[in-house]
Design a protein around this ligand. Sequence first.
Ligand code: ATP
Ligand code: MG
Length: 453
Amino acid sequence: MSDTILICDDEELIRWSLCEHLEQEGYRTVAAENGQQALNAVRDHAPAVLVMDLKMPVMDGLTALRALRESDHDLPVIMITAHGGVESAIEATRLGACGYLTKPFDLREVSIAVKRAIAEHRLKREVHYLRTQKHQNYADIIGQSPAMLHLFETLRRLERVDAPTVLIQGESGTGKDLVARAIHSRGPRSGQPYMEIDCTSLPEQLMESELFGHERGAFTDARATKRGLFEVAAGGVIFLDEIGELPLTMQSKLLRALENRKFRRVGGVADIPLNAAIVTATNRNLRDEAKAGRFREDLFFRLHVVPIEVPALRERREDIPALVQYFIERLNKTFGRAVRGTNAKAMELLAAYRWPGNVRELRNVIERTVILLPGDVIEPGDLPAEIRVVTTSGDPQQRVFTLPEQGVNLEALEADLVRQALERAGGNQSAAARLLGISRYALRYRMEHSDKR
Ligand SMILES: Nc1ncnc2c1ncn2[C@@H]1O[C@H](COP(=O)(O)OP(=O)(O)OP(=O)(O)O)[C@@H](O)[C@H]1O
Ligand SMILES: [Mg+2]
């Protein structure tokens, strides 16, 4: 389809000759008699270029141009100025007119100006597009591995589709929070609210009123009516973190809300439409949880419509160098340091480690190392013990360690591993014991044992 050129001049003869000429050149044309009409025509006809006179009744050219720019319109505008109107021409250029023609003008000049305006505008658009494309590479989510590129592709698709529910699955520390935020900030609901709630953070009764709100007097403490997150976040995105931990009764209530796209406040009778998109995340395998009866299967299927897997760090070791560099640069800024990076051996160790705590653990390790680092390059000796001890096998069941040349302090190493396992498991002894491949009792024994030392 050919480009449309909008001609705006109060002199009929000029309008007519310009339209005639540009149509011969293969453009479509639309004419307006003053600035106001031009603004309407911009809205209705989406022209590629506007050729506009400065002096017109009702609304002059400068006023119309200013109005266009104020509404953030980047339409190329060519101004027609009377002979000698230099000041207005300067003002027009300042307002972003891409050129001006001085009356009386040659029609060939008009063709050239229009052609150039279209070409320049197209180029600008392309540069802008490339910039946003680069931006769309999710600058704050580091990763070039096939698994991450696949994830980015899914995220990019979600920018155009307004998915009502999304399920993000991945081990702890893989970046599920980052992914949830990206879905909101790059998606069709980006201008709308984003609300996060951790399903482990509240007891069951409070959770219901937190999500759905409550009417005054619904329960003892309900002194006033309160809107829930589902209501407050209307039009936006709600991020339900650790959805696997949601109590079964809340699971049914959530399912009902999702299926009917409406809900009621606690103690309320009015239906409130559910206008928020629901993004959920879990570090459990929700399908297994459903099979084991700990998670409602119907809710699982409802959430699983758009599933996103965030890969564990050990499944994309090729991302480790970039992540290390990224964290070092961030820490340099925060702490005013000038750490340059790691040497080859240290990077080898970092890339070989199993990272059960994934990117979060990597970030913590780099943070600890950078803060304590005497020089400006990280060497193997600067890294924490667990990373210096290379396992000869990636298989945790085999637990074969290569003794470092300088030897180890076995008791200290054991106490350190126990402490780390507990840290990583957030104090949960069963989970910590699993990380160490021992029973909970064996872990208890070691905890008491190391206390006495
Ligand atoms: N690909 C990545 N690029 C940069 N930073 C990352 C990446 N993945 C994770 N991080 C960082 O690692 C930390 C942990 O990530 P996040 O909180 O998103 O993990 P999570 O999967 O939500 O973990 P949990 O299951 O424990 O809630 C955050 O500081 C996050 O910014
Ligand atoms: Mg999280």
